[in-house]
Design a protein around this ligand. Structure first.
Ligand SMILES: *[C@@H]1O[C@H](CO)[C@@H](O)[C@H](O)[C@H]1NC(C)=O
Ligand SMILES: *[C@@H]1O[C@H](CO)[C@@H](O)[C@H](O)[C@H]1NC(C)=O
Ligand SMILES: *[C@@H]1O[C@H](CO)[C@@H](O)[C@H](O)[C@H]1NC(C)=O
Ligand SMILES: *[C@@H]1O[C@H](CO)[C@@H](O)[C@H](O)[C@H]1NC(C)=O
Ligand SMILES: *[C@@H]1O[C@H](CO)[C@@H](O)[C@H](O)[C@H]1NC(C)=O
Length: 441
């Protein structure tokens, strides 16, 4: 397939004399065999694994952002996932050491099983000896996914839990521990090349959705993120499942010119006020998950909008989907989120998605969808109200400072925080929509 060419190390920039910091190009891919029109949407935590610290692979069948990690000298293409923590790969790893500790991860649909191993890891220019990871011996229903590198906070690591020791620390913790001069930051930019986006476009996703990840530095040209407001990375109040979480401003969503009133579903929240939603950032999740009332406020009043509980019953083209709005593809939905008083507009192209169906009719669905009841108000899922995934992150450059979330860090290390920088200019995203959906006029 054209476009899936290697584009590994982009540039090496040195922040401080001894600090290592590297930028890595990511490759956007759509999983093989998925319907181009409506990729299979898996969001419910059927296996309940979300509550065990390993977020389900919600977007199997859909877009994912991948990069290579090198284990024992061999390259593995893995999905980057800020919603989970551990590393797993499927395949033979030269020189790997089997620790004989079995582990399994169950996804919404699919399973990985194997033993925890250690091997030398090279990732983004860093080399880590004896990196612990799950070497898959058995996988089921995972399509062509060959591995995931979790970039979430290590508090939720299953490998640490099973090894009962810091020998199980995930890759980013190991990188920060062994490179003390490197700032404890991870950034990633998921973007789009709107000039090649149309409803029936056939451009490879790797060209359509350029993406980059950095450790220890920021992307050149986007240094302004360093002076963005520092949003607190919340300590999960239930203490079970730590994610990258922060607070949205009170009533901090504006849709089509209307401010939406919000209230948290978390009982007795220890962070924020009752009208502040708790937001998780998850790069492994393409469809943002919002409270149903917010989704209704965004899409419900659109002329012709229809809420569909069971896609299969509505049309064969919608099979496999549930709880979404069907809306006219030419309706320009405008939504902005507000964090620390800053506005983060979302491209209308990230608010509806679709294409021609088998009957030739263009059909579009809501990209922002109601979060499942099994996640909200469930302590095992973490104290969250909503999940902002790719549909938001393609509009916003994100920096995560791990602070003292790194395992073994001392108490004088600062609290973790998150910074966001909007990359979606309102005039530009409007024009992108006009070009892609309205034939340029
Ligand atoms: C990973 O490396 C292989 C070569 O070892 C290359 O063909 C592939 O395109 C790379 N994938 C990514 C996502 O960079
Ligand atoms: C989740 O964790 C609980 C308790 O640690 C365990 O009993 C259960 O089997 C786990 N579920 C999965 C799917 O791993
Ligand atoms: C967008 O895609 C077009 C067509 O493939 C290409 O010529 C252009 O360089 C791309 N722009 C960016 C910013 O990647
Ligand atoms: C949020 O709540 C937790 C748990 O109650 C508490 O430890 C923490 O200090 C609060 N603030 C932040 C920024 O996490
Ligand atoms: C969205 O914003 C554009 C201008 O940026 C405007 O033309 C369009 O009518 C807006 N859509 C709605 C539903 O308000």
């Amino acid at each position: 397939m054209k476009g899936l060419t290697p584009s590994f190390l982009l540039s090496t920039s040195v922040l401080f004399s001894v600090a290592k910091a590297v930028t890595l190009d990511l490759i956007g891919k759509r999983k093989q065999g998925s319907s181009l029109l409506f990729p299979r949407r898996l969001k419910r935590d059927d296996a309940g694994v979300f509550g065990n610290g390993s977020v389900a692979l919600h977007n199997l069948g859909d877009t994912s952002y991948q990069c290579n990690v090198t284990l024992g000298g061999k390259d593995f293409e893995v999905i980057i996932d800020t919603g989970s923590v551990d590393l797993w790969v499927d395949g033979d790893v030269p020189g790997t050491k089997d620790l004989g500790v079995p582990m399994s991860i169950s996804f919404a649909k699919g399973t990985v099983q194997g033993n925890i191993n250690t091997a030398q890891l090279q990732f983004d220019g860093f080399t880590i000896e004896n990196q612990a990871y799950l070497r898959a011996e058995f996988t089921q229903d995972l399509g062509d996914v060959n591995g995931i590198i979790g970039l979430g906070p290590s508090g939720a690591s299953q490998v640490i839990g099973l090894l009962q020791s810091s020998a199980g620390d995930p890759p980013l913790d190991r990188i920060f521990q062994s490179n003390p001069a490197t700032p404890n930051i991870l950034t990633f930019l998921l973007s789009r090349n709107a000039s090649i986006e149309t409803l029936s476009g056939t451009t490879p996703l790797s060209e359509q959705y350029p993406a980059q990840l950095t450790i220890g530095t920021t992307i050149s040209g986007l240094e302004a993120i360093n002076s963005a407001p520092k949003l607190p990375a919340l300590v999960d109040q239930f203490g079970i499942n730590q994610h990258w979480l922060t607070l949205l401003d009170a009533d901090g969503i504006v849709a089509n010119g209307k401010k939406i009133s919000t209230s948290t579903a978390i009982r007795n929240p220890t962070n924020g006020t009752l009208d502040q939603l708790h937001v998780m950032f998850d790069s492994g999740f393409s469809f943002p998950q919002l409270p149903k009332a917010v989704v209704d406020a965004i899409y419900g009043d659109i002329p012709g909008a229809e809420f569909i509980k069971d896609g299969a019953a509505a049309s064969p083209d919608l099979a496999g989907l549930e709880n979404f709005y069907k809306i006219p593809c030419d309706y320009e939905v405008n939504v902005s989120f507000f964090f620390a008083g800053q506005e983060f507009p979302v491209s209308p192209l990230d608010l509806s998605l679709g294409g021609p169906t088998s009957t030739g009719e263009d059909v579009c669905i809501s990209v922002y969808q109601p979060i499942d009841d099994s996640l909200v108000g469930n302590a095992a899922s973490g104290a969250l109200d909503m999940i902002l995934g790719m549909g938001f992150l393609r509009n916003t450059y994100i920096l995560i400072n791990f602070g003292d979330f790194v395992d073994g860090s001392t108490s004088n290390v600062a609290d973790p925080y998150i910074q966001l920088l909007s990359i979606s200019d309102k005039a530009k995203i409007h024009q992108d929509f006009v070009n892609a959906r309205l034939g340029g006029e």
